[in-house]
Design a protein around this ligand. Structure first.
Ligand code: B3K
Ligand code: ZN
Length: 876
């Protein structure tokens, strides 16, 4: 397959001014007519051949300026159609036939439950018609959709409806016009039997926007929350970024079969139903919060992505990193800021750091690809958001806002590069961000080792920071340059109070942002009367691994006294990690493990002094680091030992603090009617953390309590938490009966059954693999639907380490089998699903062999471009 390089970028030889499309919808033979008014790009010379992209298209007619083109005038080479001889300005007409019903890849135009819908980012539009399908070609679209009136009463596309009417044979049509020039990846079409929920939003300039949420009739009771979230997002973007909505209507459609979470098509967002439909009976608290974030994310793209878009797909993080940052801060402002930060950092450190450490590591802005769909990654999205956050840390909130205002103003209506964003920030702030650009170009997670010295005589405290970034594929360690890193920090004295900082002539107060630029830097704090405890990298001010040789007493001290909520949590996690690794070493040495006293004291303190943290933060602090996170901290990973050690610590805390867990449970039971409010969510989180510890003992009383909660719960959060305990603690009869009852009640709702699949797939008991295999034959499962695949197979391979990594290799074999099936039907999902198999580098020889064996078995088949790229990297 062809490799595409950033350095080869050339502007398109011809651009499109207007695009007129007509769709005659039919499952097996949809006719698509396109009329493109094109002209030569001013920067390209005359006479260059015209290049269009297409895939799986049956070309029926093609003409230039009204004259049909004979076969000798053009050629088709793979995904390209080339016309050698075109004038400087011309009209190109084509007609193609496509088969939405056969489209299982879910890219382009496809059918989902009888509904027609599209997914065009990044290169799906070429499965609809021949087109210069690249984001730097922006055209005004007019789209006529024709379909059967009885079965397709709703016909949607981007922009505003400008015409509609009945046709013969029971068909009707609607014509849509989008006044904003856009790249083809933002095109959308929807047709089906849909119900609509409507509301209004008045913008700050007094314009009224019609808000429409289209769903299948059975989902009408799940729309209220998203509509509210959309309005909150619209208001927040006006207040926080000065961004106002620009069309008369904003439409969201919920679709069952969807590869990703959602898509920001101009004026017509298409959502995976799992990312928009919510109801207290069917959706857990975390689900509500996820939905709120995704609704906001897609809405925010209207400016960061649509009004200002990407020049080429290497710039993907320009829109994704920025928009993730925007949705993270929106959620932080709407709910609990420290909890949101804790959750985002946990994802980053567990999953993105693992990506950075594995064979598919790449810079935030990659410089080459085979299949761009493989680059919708944690690195582009989550690390991309961290890079934008660092810019805000460096500039300060107000200057950052001036920067975003200037960016939107300067580049409105254009397709631009990461440099355009960063240079704007440099311009408005006067800060030199030349070195900062390395964050976009250099892959891998930087490490910072920090050493301290205290000189009591001179009352000076010095910190030495040494940074380096390990090698990643294609970038050797020697080529890695030092980065420009903001480290937010403070110092605490022995009573836990913040120390007034004095560095050189600067007096920044109790907290400052150090800007590291060199491989090694020493900072001296003056007038420090006693040896302090440093609180470093507050709020996780940079996406790095920072090591400071804290004693356990210091970590416990930070949990109690640090003013930074994130760092309090982080200190506790680090203490728990050390306690777990102590146990692991004891088990490995054949000694009897014991629970670390300091950790026990900290938990005792937290449970006795619950007001020291807000409830939601407390619920995070009481949870142990995940097995996946713990594995990421080891150079040599022993999956079973990590699992056993973590379980030992959990059980010890459960037993030794039994009385406290009981009290915590009881004091957080609420009688109030369910609301996804922050207040209630915190109570439920604490109650269910308590339930989990109670059940960790395996006590009959605790399992009876879970059973009772399961039977009496009035919302999915409590139901699912209880059922998870019954199944994961292997509560025998009780678990089986509860699973059956759940199935009987919810078999009609696929999004609820996804949760039923997931909690069985993630049970630590050795029967999990057989259970997963059996569930693949259950009516609730389907290999055709990405949500079902993620719920069962994705959950098993990502969140059930002990069973996925079974010593007999059966977990790997199962994943390889499924990946090979999906390779044919849905390559994008196959290439994502296979990733856990590529992370074998830190496992023992036996596991490595088994994993490579499974990958080689995949490589022996004929592979899609998506899977080919991932497998080649993994086996390189
Ligand atoms: N921009 C879309 C990405 C869809 C790409 C799928 N291959 C989702 C989002 O980030 O909002
Ligand atoms: Zn996005």
């Amino acid at each position: 397959p062809e490799v595409v390089y950033l350095k080869d970028y050339l502007p398109p030889a011809y651009t499109v001014e207007t695009t007129h499309l007509t769709f005659e919808l039919a499952p097996e033979d949809t006719h698509v007519k396109a009329t493109l008014r094109m002209k030569r790009h001013p920067e390209r010379e005359a006479g260059v051949p015209l290049e269009l992209f297409g895939a799986n298209l049956d070309l029926r007619a093609i003409s230039l300026n009204g004259e049909a083109l004979s076969k000798s005038r053009y050629r088709i080479d793979g995904e390209r159609l080339i016309i050698d001889d075109v004038p400087d300005a011309f009209v190109l007409d084509t007609e193609v036939v496509i088969a939405p019903e056969q489209n299982t890849a879910l890219e382009g135009l496809y059918r989902s439950n009888g509904m027609y819908c599209t997914q065009c980012e990044p290169e799906g539009f070429r499965r609809i018609t021949w087109y210069p399908d690249r984001p730097d070609v922006m055209a005004k679209f007019t789209t006529t959709v024709i379909g059967d009136k009885a079965t397709l009463p709703i016909l949607l596309s981007n922009g505003n409806p400008i015409d509609q009417g009945d046709l013969e044979d029971g068909r009707h049509f609607v014509t849509w016009e989008d006044p904003f020039p856009k790249p083809s990846y933002l095109f959308a079409l929807v047709a089906g039997q849909l119900e609509v929920v409507e509301s209004y939003f008045t913008t700050r300039n007094g314009r009224t926007v019609l808000l429409q949420l289209y769903v299948e009739p059975q989902n009408l009771h799940k729309t209220e929350f998203s509509m509210g979230a959309l309005k909150r997002a619209m208001k927040w973007d006006e207040e926080t970024y000065g961004r106002e909505y620009d069309l008369d209507r904003f439409m969201i459609v919920a679709v069952d079969d969807f590869n990703m979470g959602a898509m920001e098509n101009k004026g017509l967002n298409i959502f995976n139903s799992s990312a928009v439909l919510a109801n207290p009976e069917t959706t857990i608290d975390a689900g509500f919060q996820r939905i709120e974030g995704i609704v906001a994310h897609e809405y925010f793209h209207n400016w960061s992505g649509n009004r200002v878009t990407c020049r080429d797909w290497f710039q993907l993080a320009l829109k994704e990193g920025f928009t993730v940052f925007r949705d993270q801060t929106f959620s932080a402002d709407t709910n609990s800021a420290p909890v949101k930060r804790i959750e985002d950092v946990a994802v980053l450190r567990t999953q993105q750091f693992a990506e950075d450490a594995g064979p598919t590591a790449h810079p935030v802005r990659p410089d080459h690809f085979i299949e761009i769909s493989n680059f919708y990654t944690l690195t582009v999205y989550e690390k991309g958001a961290e890079v934008v956050r660092m810019l805000r840390n460096l500039l300060g909130k107000e200057t950052f806002r001036r920067g975003t205002d200037t960016y939107f103003e300067r580049f409105d209506g254009q397709a631009v590069r990461v440099e355009d964003f960063v240079n704007t920030m440099a311009d408005v702030s006067g800060i030199d961000l030349g070195q900062f650009m390395r964050w976009y170009e250099q892959a891998g997670t930087p490490r910072i080792d920090v050493a301290e010295e205290y000189d009591a005589e001179r009352q000076e405290y010095a910190l030495t920071f040494r940074q380096h970034t390990p090698a990643t594929p294609g970038q050797v360690a020697d080529s890695k340059q030092p980065l420009h890193i903001p480290v937010r920090m403070g110092l605490l004295n022995g009573r836990g109070n913040p120390i007034e900082l004095a560095v050189g002539n600067e007096r920044p107060g109790h907290e400052m942002v150090l800007e590291l630029r060199e491989a090694e830097e020493r900072i001296v704090f003056k007038h420090v009367a006693e040896k302090p405890t440093p609180s470093l990298l507050r709020g996780f001010s940079a996406p790095v691994i920072l090591n400071f040789p804290y004693t356990r007493e210091q970590l416990a001290f930070l949990v109690k006294y640090d003013v930074d909520g994130f760092n309090r949590w982080d200190a506790g996690q680090r203490l728990a990690q050390e306690a777990i690794f102590d146990v692991m070493h004891a088990i490995q040495a054949g000694e009897a493990p014991t629970l670390d006293d300091t950790l026990l004291d900290v938990f005792d303190y937290l449970l006795k002094t619950p007001d020291r943290a807000d409830r939601a933060v407390l619920a995070e602090m009481l949870q142990l680091p995940s097995e996946a996170y713990l594995a990421g901290q080891r150079a040599q990973v022993d999956i079973d030992a990590i699992h056993d050690a973590r379980a030992f610590v959990e059980r010890s805390l459960a037993e030794q603090l039994h009385f406290h867990w009981q009290a915590l449970y009881e004091s957080n039971v609420t009688k109030a009617a369910y609301e996804p409010s922050f207040e209630q969510i915190s109570h439920r989180a604490l109650k269910n953390v308590a339930l989990s510890y109670l059940c960790a003992t395996g006590d009959e009383d605790a399992l009876a309590l879970a059973d009772q909660q399961f039977k009496t719960a009035t919302n999915m959060t409590d139901t699912r938490a209880a059922l998870t305990q019954l199944v994961h603690r292997h509560a025998g009869e009780r678990a089986d009966a509860a699973l059956k009852a759940f199935e009987a009640r919810w078999s009609h709702d696929p999004l609820v059954m996804d949760q039923w699949l997931t909690l069985q797939a993630t049970q630590p008991h050795p029967e999990a693999l057989d259970r997963v295999k059996a569930l693949m034959a259950h009516p609730a499962f389907s290999l055709r639907n990405p949500n079902r695949v993620r719920a069962l197979i994705g959950a098993f391979s990502q969140h059930n380490h002990v069973n996925f990594h079974r010593a007999d290799g059966e977990g790997y074999a199962l994943l390889a089998d499924i990946v090979l099936q999906l390779n044919k039907s849905n390559p994008e999902i196959a290439a994502r699903l296979v990733l856990p198999l590529t992370r074998y580098q830190r496992l023992d020889e036996v596991h490595q062999q088994l994993m490579r064996g499974a990958l080689e078995r995949i490589r022996n088949q004929s592979l899609s471009r998506n899977l080919y790229e991932v497998i080649e990297k993994a086996l390189a």
